[in-house]
Design a protein around this ligand. Sequence first.
Ligand code: ATP
Ligand code: MG
Ligand code: MG
Ligand code: MG
Length: 562
Amino acid sequence: MKQSKLFLPTLREVPAEAEIASHQLMVRAGLMRQLVSGVYTYLPLGLRVLRKVQEIVREEMDRAGAQEISMPAIQPAELWQETGRWDAYGPELMRLKDRHHRDFVLGPTHEEVVTSLVRDNLNTYKKLPINLYQIQTKYRDEVRPRFGVIRSREFIMKDAYSFDVSREGLDKSYQSMYDAYTRIFTRAGLTFRAVEADAGAIGGKGTHEFMALSEIGEDTIAYCTSCDYAANLEKAEVVYKPVAERTVTEAPMEKVPTPGVKTIEQLMNHFNMEARQFIKALVFKADDRFVVALVRGDHELNDVKLKNLVDANVLAMATEEEMKKLGIPLGFVGPFHLPEGVEVYADLAVQDMGSAVAGANEKDYHYTHVVPGRDFTVQAYADLRNIVEGDECSRCGGHIAFARGIEVGHVFKLGTRYSEKMGAKFLDENGKEQPMIMGCYGIGISRMVAACVEQNHDENGIIWPWSLAPYHIHVVPVNVKNEEQKQLAESIYEMLGRAGYEVLLDDRPERAGVKFKDADLIGLPIRVTVGGKASEGIVECKVRKTGESQDVHVDELLAHIQ
Ligand code: ATP
Ligand code: MG
Ligand code: MG
Ligand code: MG
């Protein structure tokens, strides 16, 4: 490709809205432009990188036996009502109406669509297992779109869904996706770690997140420095220490008016808090005892059973038996109707296990900067699991350390959660109907590109790994008005192209300084500079990553690059 023809608007200035390096560089290097908050156009260079990621993902998914399909972004509300997610998904779900006032959603994920597809077209064990995947645009109305395409509202995801006849089958499908993900992220040159994640209502060891390690990551990973244990902080198991022994924020508790706030959802909306990374709780007072029902992480509040919460080290002053006696439903936590005689004492949202918001037990008021244990004496609060670095690993007694990560992939054993609700059944060998056993597996394709830039850049620009680079080699004639340089650069461009490399030729009549700055910014793995020694057939070959450069004769160039 000749750069004089390429739509590649680079910027010297750092765009004001971009807080992190990858966002700044993806805009400055002309990979993308924002259309509106959290929505981006990919320019030619950006699109090439996206395609590289997609090709790796396709190859590995196909190799793992998954089959590619393409499902619509527009989905009818009825499917979401079948699974209860029409209500449970909340404001992140982009909803729209057609001209007949029928409700639709712009798909944030495709469990409903794929389950209905399989339900209607496959009903015998003979056709199972099957794994269907797509690479497609997803929509989520994130509370806080930020970091460019790391958290955008329109983004590209690879999502796969497996259907099995047994739990053992699901285990195999899951493992095969886990292995494929490991190959994908390795090939993409990411430094990553697979961590146990919080399975919420499903429980068990049924989910892992793949985290690209990075300081700007929004997730905290707790890992053991002695054994190979690693988990999302929300899920991490350590040897328990009470809150009182830990340090927490010193900001004083403050009473603030919160008119009309009655549920956790309203509370979080009121303080413009993001659902993820929070502990959410409702506190009931019943018979002079407090009950705290609590959920961690990004699970749908309505969908998490209290029993699972209690299992997942949630706090409750009362046992399940006691709660039954009190008549507190073991079904849903969240805005549900409490039985007669049970009053809501407080609601609570805790961010990063430090500062919290809690009901002031007074109509239309809340406390902010609450420190559980310091400001509230209710025993249940003191049980909040507040893990800190240096805690003891519950597996081996080693030390827990923290790292930050960007969630680039997620594998999840769904079980029969969707197939039961939607009636996706198959006939087993004995002619008996059984619900299909499902798994789902996502990769943030566009987020991966940003994670790659975040991990591979310096003060001058991007440093593409070979596998994702938009082009492999940048051929830069220092002065295109010099006929010798121009000719040599063109013949090198042709030669490298014939040898199978993807080459960008900077044939623009720009000053050398401008060209070099752009070349570093764009960050192709190899730069071949054609300058003063062109008449002798000598060019400079420079490796972007190490900065190493060497004069090479054109006749040796191919051998040198290999
Ligand atoms: P997060 O915790 O970052 O909000 P998630 O757990 O909600 O992500 P999943 O539902 O697991 O996301 O979706 C699968 C993958 O899609 C994620 O692992 C991530 O790589 C990607 N992804 C999710 N939300 C976004 C987004 N808003 N922008 C870009 N990529 C995203
Ligand atoms: Mg999310
Ligand atoms: Mg997540
Ligand atoms: Mg996830």
